[in-house]
Ligand binder design. Structure first.
Ligand SMILES: NC(=O)c1ccc[n+]([C@@H]2O[C@H](COP(=O)([O-])OP(=O)(O)OC[C@H]3O[C@@H](n4cnc5c(N)ncnc54)[C@H](O)[C@@H]3O)[C@@H](O)[C@H]2O)c1
Length: 361
């Protein structure tokens, strides 16, 4: 049991995700004190100083790891900076909330898993689909036996999100940067390990990497899956729209969820029970993550609902494997780089959209 109930935090990387964490931590001042904000960008630091005058705003993170008052570091910069910071956090006995992917290579990710699993620190990863009420409702419905035996998991997330070259370069192509969430949640539903797969992708707008990928295959327990992910969905449409769902099919019934990023609709069709639940979507569920993390700090035991570095390393590994498989299959190129430039120009002026920083609003 920890002897204090309020925790000092350093947020390192104050872009879109850093600010989302800031909002949630600030909303619970009885639990969190945002002691440091660190970012390598001078303009961002000016912005942070105005937003959070009581925080120490810095460019160099050394002080964070030397300051014994810091209990938790929130790593929301890019993947290439994470391993070094996780190493330093563990050495200075700090706890960590890390963004995904936990590093920029598979090798470093598994080193992190090894180090974290042999440390006394609590380290959780922001894999928000695992904390989403709608996915938990569906998982409980599967476990209740209402759909019979789980057989097929179909997951789709297509948005006009982050375009190639717009950011997140160490995170890899869309199917790794964003797709690893769906690789992870599909495994979470299947409750088994990936066994076989076949992936098809397309190099949209002639970009060097694929930006849409569909993979289907099997888990070791026989459950089959298909995952479709791409940030290619109507990037230049007058009105932006997306298509996202999870569709779970059992031997007797089904469960599914769709959402418009404001509300989520869960439809449960079991042998005895039919229920339609409509609630606020929850988006990144950072409030849930921070609550579970604070409870874990208080008890000294990491809550089992918190996503681990191992979960993140597995999601990342299979996202890379599926991308690799797609490269070995026919990988067409459609469109031209000039369309991509139009898309990036448009996104640079968007105040509201998919993956657009809140700061621009
Ligand atoms: N869990 C999720 O659902 C989710 C969603 C989006 C992004 N992410 C992940 O979160 C991370 C951040 O994404 P974002 O969209 O906020 O990106 P962003 O580009 O908006 O923000 C990154 C910030 O980090 C700063 N930065 C970059 N390198 C740094 C360094 N070495 N030291 C200090 N600051 C540094 C940048 O100046 C910028 O302010 C990425 O790794 C991304 O994959 C996760």
């Amino acid at each position: 049991m920890n002897d204090h109930t309020k925790f000092s935090v350093a947020i390192i990387g104050f872009g879109r995700m850093g600010e989302l964490f800031y909002d949630e931590l600030k909303a619970a001042p009885e639990t969190w004190n945002i002691l440091y904000i660190c970012d390598s960008n001078a303009e961002t630091r000016e912005y942070a100083k105005n937003l959070s005058p009581n925080s120490i705003v810095i460019a160099d993170d050394t002080a964070v790891f030397e300051d014994e008052r810091v209990d938790v570091v929130v790593l929301t910069a890019l993947a290439d900076s994470r391993k070094d910071r996780i190493d330093r956090a563990l050495k200075s006995n700090k706890h960590v909330i890390s963004e995904k992917p936990i590093s920029d290579t598979v090798e470093k990710e598994w080193q992190i898993v090894d180090e974290v699993e042999n440390s006394c620190s609590i380290v959780a990863v922001n894999l928000p689909l695992r904390n989403a009420w709608h996915n938990i409702a569906i998982k409980n419905f599967i476990n209740s036996g209402e759909i019979g035996d789980l057989a097929i998991i179909r997951v789709c997330s297509m948005t006009p999100g982050l375009a190639p070259g717009e950011g997140h370069l160490p995170e890899g192509p869309a199917f790794h940067d964003c797709g690893m969430h769906y690789v992870d949640i599909t495994k979470w539903f299947a409750d088994s390990d990936y066994h076989s797969w076949h992936a098809q992708a397309v190099r949209m707008w002639n970009y060097k990497e694929p930006w849409w990928l569909q993979c289907h295959g099997t888990f070791e327990n026989g459950v089959v899956f298909d995952i479709t992910q791409g940030h290619v969905y109507g990037q230049l449409a007058k009105d932006l729209i997306h298509n996202s769902y999870i569709d779970i099919i059992g031997t007797k019934g089904i469960a599914r969820i769709s959402h418009d990023y404001h509300d989520a609709v869960v439809e449960l069709h079991g042998v005895n029970h039919t229920e339609i639940i409509k609630r606020k979507y929850g988006d990144k569920n950072i409030d849930v993550l921070c609550d579970l993390f604070a409870q874990s700090l208080k008890t000294g035991i990491m809550d089992k609902r918190l996503p681990t570095v191992r979960d993140a390393a597995i999601g990342s590994l299979y996202a890379w494997k599926f991308l690799e498989d797609a490269k070995n299959n026919v990988l067409p190129s459609i469109g031209s780089l000039s369309t991509l430039e139009e898309i990036k120009l448009r996104r640079s002026h968007l105040k509201n959209g998919y993956g657009i920083s809140r700061r621009k609003k």
